[in-house]
Write a protein that binds this ligand. Structure first.
Ligand code: NAG
Ligand code: NAG
Ligand code: NAG
Ligand code: NAG
Ligand code: NAG
Length: 197
């Protein structure tokens, strides 16, 4: 079964890349234990661009955000503990994400709807992208994350180029503003330690 999925994906990838060469930049690789270990810890949400109107309205409310990933390598899940600043208030939420290793995707259930995102890591830039609906032109979107709230210019350029590669304009990118973060000052919630096993 797993092998079948891998073969399907492998045969789909060149097709996607041929249709749009920039897709090479946003479709990630299969997720391994190394990827999951690397993802463990604290991340900052820096910005995103969405065509889907619903997502677009959602992201415009987020002024700043950071979160902790705690992957479980045994059951292929990631515990997400999220601190978002919306309308100058801190909103904490915690949820479990599913990991589809072969597909290079992570997913989240909201009610009965499963949201799937393709993970693309940039170890060099200490950051990653999540791509939503890469096969659906009308809805696609891209978000980017890094281990610091102030991102490296080089990584920023890669993100802008990828947004343009999806046929969107850089003016459609919505950035967060770390100065507006109110969560990290509240310090009421105990912050999870990064596990070193
Ligand atoms: C990934 O890690 C889990 C938990 O440590 C282990 O059971 C599994 O065999 C590992 N998979 C690979 C491919 O190394
Ligand atoms: C990881 O998942 C396995 C299987 O569901 C579970 O037994 C284990 O307790 C989990 N580990 C952690 C650290 O939550
Ligand atoms: C937390 O997330 C769940 C599921 O995504 C959502 O239904 C709920 O409204 C969220 N809670 C807050 C306080 O945003
Ligand atoms: C992987 O992607 C394929 C094609 O989109 C899909 O049919 C399959 O259900 C996915 N596998 C998992 C484990 O999500
Ligand atoms: C595309 O973005 C550039 C730079 O932000 C802006 O000057 C231009 O007006 C935008 N074009 C469209 C069609 O939105």
């Amino acid at each position: 079964m797993a092998l079948q999925v891998v073969l399907v994906i492998l045969s789909l990838l060149p097709l996607l890349e041929a249709q749009n060469p920039e897709h090479a930049n946003i479709i990630g690789k299969p997720i391994t234990n190394d990827t999951l270990s690397w993802l463990s810890g604290k991340w900052f949400y820096l910005g995103s661009a969405f065509r889907n109107l619903e997502y677009k309205q959602e992201i415009q409310k987020v002024q700043a955000g950071y979160f902790y990933f705690t992957p479980n390598l045994t059951d292929d899940t990631i515990l997400l503990q999220e601190y978002q600043t919306k309308e100058d208030r801190c909103v904490y939420n915690s949820s479990k994400l599913g990991v589809q290793r072969e597909n290079g995707t992570i997913s989240k259930y909201e009610g009965l709807v499963e949201h799937v995102a393709h993970l693309k890591v940039f170890m060099k830039h200490k950051g990653f992208f999540l791509t939503f609906f890469p096969e659906d032109e009308k809805n696609w979107g891209l978000s980017f994350y890094a281990n610091k709230p102030d991102f490296a210019p080089e990584f920023f350029t890669v993100f802008q180029e990828s947004v343009k590669g999806l046929g969107m304009n850089e003016s459609e990118i919505v950035y967060t503003d770390w100065k507006k973060d109110v969560c990290s000052q509240q310090k009421k919630q105990p912050e999870p330690e990064k596990k070193t096993e």
